[in-house]
Design a binder for this molecule. Structure first.
Ligand code: HEM
Length: 232
């Protein structure tokens, strides 16, 4: 199945439901602000930590949304097997392949890598100790050696690889625009892509949005409780 924005009969199909779009733009904003606050340091570190908690809540939400969210936001729609990768990379997509509807195979790898690396970055922040004034809320649950080695990871490879993954993400989006003329950003804003009418849409009803609101509330409560463990 190929994207058919220019094909006759193409219609607007909802691919990214509102919760997925809000998740994406909030995640991007929180990550960017977390990096800026870390670079400023000092009192801004309070915000660095708060933004890290927000990223964790968003990641928890996305984990569940990947199971119950709109069709094209579900992990099952973008977990591909080796043969699908082979068909995609060798340009031998079958008629039933829907690589260009949601996340394509390479995009999916980059999405999973970003989500996993962000989780590791937040996790290492929770047990970090800068040996001056700032400690993560869960630092007392690990030894000082463990804390210091994960702090070093957080401040070096953790952030460098994250920058690399985000850079790759943006480069891939620009490449798609330039090479294939596809505006992926517009779809992440409006939620819609111009596709063949036979492509099933993601459910984006009021009930789904309400469900997402409940889930983000639960995710925030879980993060609040987790942070509270360190103070108990
Ligand atoms: C810190 C910055 C960013 C992070 C961490 C990030 C992360 C992500 C993640 C996790 C997804 C998957 C969405 C999902 O399925 O839930 C995604 C998709 C996407 N992002 Fe970003 N993003 C960032 C910045 C941006 C920016 C600045 C743009 C626009 C210029 C952008 C455009 C997109 C688009 C278009 C998609 C959909 C790609 C596709 O069609 O497969 N992202 N991003």
């Amino acid at each position: 199945m190929s994207e058919a924005s220019s094909a006759p009969g193409a219609v607007r199909v909802r691919i990214w439901d509102l919760p997925t779009r809000l998740f994406h733009w909030l995640l991007a904003a929180c990550v960017i602000c977390a990096v800026i606050s870390a670079k400023i340091g000092g009192n801004a570190m309070v915000w660095h930590m708060r933004l890290g908690y927000a990223v964790l809540a968003l990641l928890l939400f996305r984990l569940v949304w990947g199971l119950v969210g709109g069709r094209w936001s579900r992990f099952s729609s973008f977990i591909y097997g080796p043969t699908a990768y082979w068909r995609y990379l060798s340009g031998r997509a079958r008629a039933e392949d829907q690589f260009e509807v949601g996340h394509n195979p390479l995009g999916a790898l980059s999405v999973f890598a970003m989500l996993a690396w962000l989780a590791l970055q937040v996790g290492s922040g929770l047990i970090a100790d800068d040996e001056i004034a700032i400690t993560g809320p869960l630092v007392r649950f690990v030894s000082i050696e463990t804390s210091l080695s994960w702090t070093a990871h957080h401040k070096t490879w953790g952030q460098w690889l994250l920058f690399g993954l985000i850079g790759l993400h943006l480069a891939a989006i620009a490449f798609y625009r330039w090479r294939h003329g596809k505006n992926l950003v517009a779809a992440m804003v409006s939620g819609d892509k111009a596709l063949e009418a036979s492509v099933p849409a993601s459910r984006d009803s009021a009930a789904m949005r309400l469900l997402a609101l409940g889930l983000i509330g639960l995710a925030a409560a879980a993060v609040y409780a987790l942070i509270g463990l360190g103070a108990a």
